[in-house]
Ligand binder design. Structure first.
Ligand code: ANZ
Ligand code: ZN
Length: 523
């Protein structure tokens, strides 16, 4: 007997048709049996599946089939992460509209996935660039706005001069934009933010409940990502005139060893001095050409300029010079530091380079005195020395005592900082979810009324340059203010595509729901 030859070209389309007819992979919205959700990350519709997709989706499909065989009701959906820059770049190159390019890619890739025979419930397919999907994102944005969890702020960002948009720190690789490869610049622009830092402590506490369930190194990474840092905010009064410079420190115990202050190049003090000083202006300009991420800042040589301003030490009243320095980040803490070169390595290198004094105020735990000339900073804790009335205290005691002393004269407070940043979600590009906000010169920022959702993204443009066509289309941006009916301007920024990919997993449970999520189906 000879075995019949397996001819996939004949057999598979036949079987696949039967699967489709009988709806065998369709999942009921409220199954009675034990449920199992198998989710693979949905793909970006770039045009063609590649072997990476095939590998990944095959593994996940095997899991889905296995769980079905075990008698579970399996939800195994598929969809498209369909907004984003590549559609615009391809459209620029080929002279098509991004929507046309995207939908034709989706059709092609859907066909490829179907020929591979994956057991998806295609009745749940979603594409994030459709108003049926992004309408709910806009709705959520309005809800977050009502709760004070959305705000607009101008800040220093990584600007990709080729792609003409803002990049997250994770999208900057070795100082270059992840897609364009162009050297990233710092720019000051207004952006929309989601206040995720309001949840920092809750997120941290949540990690404790995952102890033993998640790999330890993932938990550590998450904790470091949130980066809770307890310390103090300290105020240094300007030596002449009114005003203070605020700094954040985790080591208030080293306050008596401060020999200078350093502020970020983007700090208002630097900008103020730059107006009258070519040296300072030149320094700020040089710093503008490097990315804002901590990693970049860590790796570069420490550089700075004196601002010609002095502040008073909050306890001794001694005058201390203020510098602008490239290792101080504007968007961490207060954008300014107190320089304690004897006990912080960066401050030490900076002081060495510019001949600033170095005063040791912590004796290490071996009880050794510091030599007159230090080779490097002693960054550990210990016992206070050369610190007046705080002498003899341990670092721990001194942190409390010094913070209390500052509090009582109104020059400092205990504070907590997080490395976690609020999420800057605005992008200056076209192919994304329009942010449902209106700028009225009379009323300020006015949210689009819920009944006017979705704010439809026009799909007819052909692109000729990277500039967003929304900026030049008055039919899009000229709108009456919902409040006073005067002519106002619709927001032309769109949302980062990571906003779409942060909730699709839940929408798959109820892709046709007439609200963002159907709680019963998604439970
Ligand atoms: C004085 C000092 C003395 C510091 C000392 C350290 C050791 P984490 O733990 O990461 O929160 N810092 C504060 N704001 C900064 C900014 N915007 N850019 C760069 N550095 C900044 O680190 C907190 C420490 O990082 C702070 O404590 C400050 O240096 C620095 F012996 O203040 B420290
Ligand atoms: Zn108005």
């Amino acid at each position: 007997m000879t075995a019949a030859a397996y001819e996939p070209g004949k057999l598979e389309p036949e079987i696949q048709k039967r699967w489709e007819k009988s709806g065998i992979f369709c999942t009921p919205p409220l199954p009675g049996r034990e449920k199992f959700y198998v989710l693979a990350m949905f793909p970006y519709p770039s045009g063609q599946l590649h072997m990476g997709h095939v590998r990944n989706y095959t593994i996940v499909d095997a899991i889905a089939r296995y769980q079905r065989m075990r008698g579970k009701t399996v939800l195994h959906p598929m969809g498209w992460d369909a907004f984003g820059l590549p559609a615009e770049n391809a459209a620029l190159k080929n002279g098509t509209a991004p929507a046309t390019w995207t939908f034709s890619n989706i059709d092609h890739m859907r066909g490829q996935l179907q020929r591979l025979g994956f057991s998806y419930d295609w009745s749940r397919e979603i594409a994030t660039c459709t108003p049926e999907y992004y309408k709910w994102e806009q709705w959520l944005f309005l809800k977050l706005w009502e709760k004070g969890l959305v705000y607009q702020k101008s800040g220093t960002v990584n600007w990709d001069p080729v792609d003409q948009t803002v990049l997250a720190n994770e999208q900057v690789v070795d100082g270059r934009g992840w897609r364009s490869g162009a050297m990233v610049e710092r720019r000051e622009i207004r952006q929309w933010f989601l206040r995720i830092t309001a949840y920092a402590d809750e997120l941290l506490e949540g990690l404790d409940t995952l102890e033993g369930q998640w790999p330890a190194q993932v938990l550590t990474m998450q904790r470091n990502w949130i980066g809770r840092s307890a310390g103090a905010e300290i105020h240094f009064p300007l030596a002449s005139g009114d005003g203070i410079v605020k700094i954040f420190t985790t080591r208030p115990d080293t306050l008596m060893g401060v020999t200078y202050l350093a502020v970020a190049p983007e700090h208002p003090l630097s900008a103020g001095v730059a107006a009258g000083s070519a040296d300072v202006a030149g320094f700020i300009e040089r710093c503008r050409h490097t990315a804002v991420s901590e990693a970049t800042v860590e790796s570069q040589a420490k550089e700075g300029v004196p601002l010609g301003i002095s502040v008073r030490h909050p306890i001794t009243g001694e005058a201390l010079p203020v510098w602008a320095a490239n290792f101080v980040l504007m968007n961490y803490g207060e954008g300014a530091i107190m320089g304690v070169p004897a006990h912080d390595q960066r401050d030490f290198e900076f002081a060495r380079q510019y001949g600033l004094p170095i005063h040791a105020v912590i004796r290490n735990s071996n009880g050794e005195e510091h030599p007159e000339v230090l080779e490097q900073a002693y960054t550990g804790t210990g016992t206070l020395i050369h610190s007046g009335r705080f002498d003899g205290m341990s670092s721990e005691e001194a942190k409390g005592a010094i913070t209390t002393a500052l509090q009582s004269c109104g020059l400092g407070n205990k504070t907590v900082n997080y490395r976690l940043r609020d999420w800057g979600i605005s992008r200056q590009r076209y192919w994304g979810t329009p942010i449902p906000m209106i700028h009225c010169s009379h009323c300020g920022i006015v949210p689009v009324p819920e009944k006017d959702l979705p704010v439809l993204l026009p799909t007819h443009y052909e692109l000729h340059d990277p500039r967003s066509p929304l900026l030049d289309d008055s039919a899009f941006f000229e709108v009456p203010c919902p409040n006073c009916e005067r002519t106002a301007r619709r927001e032309t920024d769109t949302m980062d595509t990571f906003v779409e990919s942060s909730w699709y997993y839940a929408r798959f449970a109820c892709p046709d729901a007439s609200q963002m999520l159907d709680e019963r189906a998604a439970a």
